[in-house]
Design a protein around this ligand. Structure first.
Ligand code: AMP
Length: 279
């Protein structure tokens, strides 16, 4: 596997492989790789001639300085994981490669996406995601880019970015990978104690309970019941809501013709976790 640290090294590798007219799958990550990331890599290697992963902990997408400082970094292990997954190249740029002095601020009108759930919950987060993904898409010009549906709202933001600036790049949104007890894999899970991790698995259980009440009782009652279960489990909820899965507009009634999505952000042992379920 090629380890590329600079934009020049990246450009050279890309021009070598493009001479053969190949398809390139790209997975942007912040490292501390787990099975969720590996599943995206596997999907890309199945579907493309070459797969490249970026590892860059993007300071611009952290609204909370402590969260950024505590973000787990383990490049050595990540490289082993990617080698085992038969990834072809990893791009590990430093800050100045990603954001050279005169790099422009990319504007994208997010509308409702910045006003609900992760928008107000993490001010500036999506603007930061847009800057980094715009930069990587420009540098790499992948055939297909892979993202996880665990970050449901992020997928919608990326779709807007693609529609506005990168019509040729295909997007693949992939299902959430969970551990044996149902907890959505996340680099942040490493900060949970064993008991905390066990407790965090209740998030997915509650999502399923509320989903099972779909059409039987009013959504507000179902959500309130879910919130009681979470409170009893000492899980502190930031938001737990029902929305239209195509627009993310919050809804007060189960969608019969459209898809529903239940979205949650919650804290366990001071760690902010998100999850969702679409039905
Ligand atoms: P991150 O390193 O957290 O920025 O994530 C990089 C990519 O991996 C994003 O597209 C995430 O949505 C995706 N991802 C993270 N966790 C999971 C998971 N448990 N299942 C599937 N995709 C994931």
């Amino acid at each position: 596997m090629k380890i590329l640290k600079t934009n020049i090294e990246l450009a050279e590798w890309l021009s070598e492989i493009r001479e053969k007219g190949v398809s390139v799958g790209f997975i942007p990550t912040m490292g501390a790789l787990h099975q969720g990331h590996v599943d995206l890599v596997n999907k890309s290697t199945e579907e493309n001639d070459y797969t490249i992963v970026s590892i860059f902990v993007n300071p611009k997408q952290f609204n909370n300085k402590q969260d950024f400082e505590k973000y787990p970094v383990n490049i050595g292990t990540d490289i082993d994981v990617l080698e085992k997954a038969l990834c072809d190249a990893v791009f590990v740029p430093d800050y100045n490669e990603v954001y050279p002095e005169k790099s422009k601020f990319v504007k994208l009108e997010l509308g409702i996406l910045n006003k609900v759930f992760e928008g107000p919950g993490r001010p500036g987060h999506f603007e930061g995601v847009i800057q980094v993904v715009y930069r990587f898409f420009n540098l790499i010009q992948p055939t297909v880019a892979y993202f996880g549906l665990k970050d449901f709202q992020q997928c919608m933001v990326i779709k807007m970015l693609k529609n506005e600036y990168f019509p040729k790049i295909k997007l693949q949104f992939c299902p959430t990978t969970r551990n044996k007890i149902g907890l959505a894999m996340s680099s942040r899970n490493a900060r949970l104690s064993t008991a905390g991790e066990q407790n965090a698995s209740r998030i997915y259980q509650v999502l399923n309970v509320v989903k099972s009440l779909h059409q039987h009782i009013e959504p507000t009652d179902a959500l309130n019941y879910g919130k009681i279960l979470l409170k009893n489990a000492q899980i502190e909820v930031e938001y737990f809501s029902l929305a239209n899965a195509d627009t993310l507009a919050p809804v007060n009634a189960w969608q019969k013709t459209n898809k529903n999505v239940l979205l949650i952000a919650a804290y366990i042992e001071g760690v902010r976790l998100i999850d969702n379920i679409v039905f």
